[in-house]
Design a binder for this molecule. Sequence first.
Ligand SMILES: [Zn+2]
Length: 380
Amino acid sequence: MNKRSTLLFGLITAAGMGLACLTMSCSSATDPAKPAAADSAKEEEHVPLGKAQLQAALNEPVGKITKTDEEWKKSLTAEQYDILRQAGTEPAFSGDYKSHGPGIYRCAGCNLPLYNAAAKYDSGTGWPSFYQAIAPGHVLEKADNSYGMTRTEVLCARCGGHLGHVFNDGPKPTGLRYCMNSPALKFEKAVPEKKAPVAETKNAKLEKATFAAGCFWSMEAIFKQLKGVTKVEPGYSGGTLKNPSYEQVEYGNTGHAETVDITFDPKVISYEDLLEVLLTVRNPTTLDKQGPDEGPQYRSVIFYHDAAQQKAANEVIARFTANKVWTDPIVTKVEPFSAFYRAEEYHLDYYNKHPDQPYCANVVAPEIKEFQEKFKDKLK
Ligand SMILES: [Zn+2]
């Protein structure tokens, strides 16, 4: 009945030690030569990698750079030249392999963005390791049969510099281990995002909209993306029990439906706009059913906060009906708001925190994609 697994799909960070970058300098995680972890990075203040910084990196054209050997020698240190241009390998645990926090790893030869620090993990090999490249086409792969081994060499797609090798013993989700040489990389730290200038002012008079229409993970993720929406909380409304738990709502007869409580600036987005999104992205024609979820806790209800909202809800439903937006009759209820009980902490921002959870990946993600396509001009 409960179709969701709340298991967290964390990354499996333990990778096999069998294949290091080069067997000549192969070390294991328990190598006594490994220096004590004096991790000064821990004390640093880290900010998350913002969308703008990541997007700017992804927007950089890959292009091609060719230089003569002499030119490379001039622009690189001896160590960088040895690795990038002569396919050298730094000894394990000798380089800068530890975590630096959020940011972007670029090619030390040409500055091409190669890896998001979010894909970096501790492989225990003593080389910086990543489970995927920042974008397809930023690194190239080439068969390498040197030293009597069959390996896959990884090269920078812009300058052709040798970066390291890729192996099949990495963690989920790719199972790959991009084993890099630290002198071939340079790190760009995540910088604090500049707040986008929005029409919302600090003194804006905010309003509430409260909607139920199936799974609140999905509803929260969708409405959060709209310009003018300042807060979305998942919770329960429409029932009788005070402070219900998720389990009581799912299995009991509390009368509550999974609901989202939306705070918005009406100067930026109107209540009618929110209703249009609701009645477009959620199916308002199926009683007690939304996608794979069935039961009264998934019913669709517009909980109006005042007479103006009630009128707007009835008008938008009438317009959608007249325009035959849906083939079947719209059965969404329009009911007065009475109380909203915020869901348990672990439900908050669930989709964004657990995009790989099966329900999120298989049900929520396609709904969000469709929503983003239909309401492009209303997104933050
Ligand atoms: Zn490069």
